[in-house]
Design a protein around this ligand. Structure first.
Ligand code: FES
Length: 638
């Protein structure tokens, strides 16, 4: 580990890092645009100049390109280095439109910050600015090329890191253009990362354009509910409306990036049709009244149809808090069946996965990236876990062969990210034993649970893609409490009363159930069929926990208060004359709190919180931490 001195601070740098990274490790920020922790160095922007006063290298150097070496004495404040950085910023700003007041990046713009930090304030060049024609890049991303400073981050991410081929850089003399050959929607399933990675406002999120400034945002650390990967995100809201999603770094899960589905899809939170008030037979009522009616009617169902005629069903999108309380709710209303999911096939696959996974054989995204061979078994990662596809690409770039096993692993998924792969029919054909760090990514939708035994014996690390953001947590609880899939419970023909907690049940399955109640924040078929509806808080409106595919429990925090978005309020009600704690429509609780209320009303002992017993350690999870791996607790031989 080389020892060097930066601005009079003794630094022990990690092997192979640059002077810029070594400075960063002790809190010294050197201006930079083209360097990015995930993409490395390019030496394109020339703004990271420092002066080497002594040691193996001397004089002005680009700190991102220079490896930290023993004996270096570095000054970031030397007048020569400061003057060069100021000049570089001045060159970059010659053609920049200086349109910060109308630019969506304003307030969260790296160019803005470093321009000010480098002391540039006046454009001395009086000639005309170079201008470009922008492209229409689809419904999600805006393109404003005049703001570009040619740092090459976008194209390095899009082509090298994400394997996209429809976007690139074209240049002629002083005109360097980043875009597509012609206007059209960006094809990469990771294109939204251009918004985060561009250090200025060339690429901005079109879906949230002109809605708020950085200092207006409601933000909190959160976890993506789009699939079981559990990418770390920062949702951005204002006036109780979810505006956009930004990637949040977690090196143990998603690194720096997220997929477009996670970034652009989860705006159902803003749907005007989502349940906002409790309903009994379609008539608006208070929450307590609705709960009373629900318990009364469940009593009637039990009386009419006998013991075991009530079922409680959760889902893989229900937080671990809610899922943990589900058995207590079922007990308090004397339910005969407890379900954590609908499909019997998925349930068998999930149960097989948790019985096979251990702390040693489970794979994280980092394991996928570092694998020397990857087999994708019966899965289309574009659907089941797009960020794993990005991880597979990083392994493939380092030389790992990629095998697609089974008829539900289409070749198109890897072609879309520039990977060449070999197709196999059966898992047994994959020559995993000849590799040192093989990883199998197994889909749960189509996968045969019997293959879990093959995977267990293979010596490979395994990533099982559970359905939904809390599929792994739901499977653990299902095994612990003897849950059965709803399909099976309904097939017996005994269920006449159903309490659905954030469960997406198709209308056909509900057809034979005379009484349905739904606790949900989405307008599902169960909500539409329900005689009693109690709205719950959406994932951005409450704290909660999801257990991701690898068995990592991660806490998400409340981003905004529940309640009607201001734009949906009657203009006569806003601004309110009397300021109050709860906004209109804000009397909504997270599902687990609704369940605790119901348990209390049913006359049963109320738990202090959602987690107790073997789950109590989840109470102290840090939303800004790396999460806690809890897989392996259901291993059959443990
Ligand atoms: Fe060093 Fe761009 S950050 S040249």
């Amino acid at each position: 580990m080389p020892k060097l001195i930066i601005d009079d601070i003794a630094v022990e740098a990690a092997e192979g890092v640059s002077v810029l990274e070594a400075a960063k490790s002790v809190g010294i920020t050197i201006p930079h645009f083209c360097w990015h922790p995930a993409l490395g160095r390019a030496g394109a922007c020339r703004v990271c100049a420092v002066k080497l006063l002594d040691g193996p290298v001397k004089g002005i150097q680009m700190s991102c390109m220079l490896p930290a070496q023993e004996g270096m004495v570095v000054s970031t404040t030397d007048p020569e280095a400061v003057a060069l950085r100021r000049q570089v910023i001045e060159w970059l700003m010659i053609n920049h439109p200086h349109d910060c007041p109308v630019c969506d990046e304003g307030g969260e713009c790296q160019l803005q910050d470093f321009t000010i930090a480098c002391g540039h304030g006046t454009r001395r060049f009086v000639g005309p600015k170079r201008t470009h024609v922008n492209q229409e890049l689809g419904p999600y991303i805006s393109h404003e090329m005049n703001r570009c400073i040619q740092c090459y981050r976008c194209v390095r991410f899009y082509q090298e890191y994400a394997g996209g081929s429809d976007f690139g850089v074209m240049g002629s003399a002083g005109k360097v253009y980043y875009g597509r050959f012609e206007s059209g929607q960006l094809e990469s399933p990771f294109s939204g990362n251009l918004v985060d990675i561009c250090p200025t406002g060339v690429f901005t999120d079109k879906t949230a354009r002109f809605r708020a400034r950085y200092w207006d945002y409601d933000m909190a650390p959160s976890v993506c509910p789009g699939c079981s990967v559990g990418c770390n995100i920062t949702p951005v809201a204002r006036y109780r409306e979810l505006l956009k999603i930004v990637a949040r770094r977690n090196d143990m899960v998603n690194g720096w990036f997220i997929c477009d589905r996670g970034r652009f899809a989860p705006k159902g939170v803003n749907a005007p049709s989502r349940p906002r008030t409790s309903l009994v037979d379609g008539v608006k009522t208070g929450r307590e009244e609705a709960m009373d009616a629900l318990l009364r009617r469940l009593g009637e169902v039990a009386e009419l149809y006998g013991e075991g005629s009530i079922a409680v069903v959760g889902s893989t999108r229900l937080s671990q808090e809610g899922a943990t309380l589900l058995p207590l709710l079922a007990e308090s209303i004397s339910a005969g069946a407890l379900s954590y999911g609908l499909s019997a096939a998925e349930s068998r696959a999930s149960s097989g996965a948790i019985s096979m996974l251990t702390l040693e054989n489970g794979a994280s995204i980092a394991d996928v990236e570092n694998a020397d061979c990857i087999a994708i078994y019966e899965s289309d990662l574009r659907e089941e876990g797009p960020m794993l596809l990005l991880a597979v690409r990083q392994a493939w770039r380092r030389g790992a062969p990629v095998l697609l096993v089974g008829e539900n692993s289409p070749l198109e998924q890897v072609r879309g990210v520039g990977i060449e792969a070999v197709q196999l029919h059966y898992m047994e054909e994959a020559p995993l034993a000849i590799f040192e760090r093989p990883v199998v990514i197994a889909g749960m939708r189509h996968g045969d649970p019997r293959v879990m035994a093959v995977l267990d014996r293979s010596g490979a690390r395994v990533a099982c893609l559970f359905p939904g953001p809390n599929g792994h947590g739901a499977a653990l609880l299902c095994a612990e409490h003897g849950g059965i899939p709803l399909e099976e419970a309904l097939a017996k023909g005994k269920v006449k009363g159903l309490v659905a907690v954030e469960a997406d049940i198709p209308a056909e399955l509900l057809a034979g159930v005379p009484f349905v109640a739904s606790l949900d924040w989405r307008e599902t078929a169960a909500v539409q069929a329900a005689s009693v509806v109690i709205p719950t808080a959406a994932w951005v409106e409450c704290d909660g926990t999801y257990v991701n595919f690898e068995g990592r429990a991660q806490r998400f925090s409340r981003v905004m208060k529940p309640g009607l978005p201001i734009k949906e309020l009657d203009p006569a009600c806003h601004p309110p004359r009397i300021h109050q704690g709860d906004p209109p429509g804000g009397d909504i609780l997270p599902s687990w709190q609704v369940m605790i209320e119901m348990i209390r009303l049913a006359g049963e002992k109320v738990p202090d919180g959602p987690f107790s017993g073997s789950w109590a350690n989840l109470t102290s999870l840090d939303p800004e931490g790396e999460g806690e791996v809890i897989r392996g607790r259901c291993r059959r031989d443990s």
